[in-house]
Design a protein around this ligand. Structure first.
Ligand code: ZN
Length: 115
């Protein structure tokens, strides 16, 4: 539900909508980090010869290659997080290590459900 206020920087969002949007963005970033992690882990398994295909010499490139793809996805996830993991109200970057995880450090909007 977007209301056109003539001000594109700020939107009037309901509190539960803010929480939902932030949760969705967090999930996207988390998924990308996990995906990178999986590629790195699989690459490491190949590199240390812990998978059946690792014993074939022609697959020697696979370990480092798969790990590199993992690092690429990981750095992509980092950039993506910087770009989208932001407060929907004031656009301030929401650090994973912010002091109050429930609120935006800049505008004080509640961004996470209290458990
Ligand atoms: Zn904010």
């Amino acid at each position: 539900m977007l209301r056109h206020t003539g001000n594109f920087g700020r939107r009037d969002l309901a509190p539960d909508e803010i929480i939902r949007v932030v949760k969705e963005r967090f999930r996207t970033c988390n998924f990308l980090f996990s995906l990178g992690g999986i590629w790195i882990a699989v690459g490491a398994l190949l590199l240390y010869g812990l998978t059946p295909i690792a014993k074939y010499e022609e697959f020697g490139w696979a370990g480092p290659c798969v790990m590199l793809i993992g690092f690429a996805i990981f750095t992509g996830a980092f950039a993506m997080t910087l770009a989208i993991y932001r407060c929907p109200v004031c656009d301030k970057y929401l650090s994973r290590f912010r002091a109050d995880r429930l609120r935006c450090p800049k505008c004080g909007a509640q961004v996470k459900e209290a458990v």
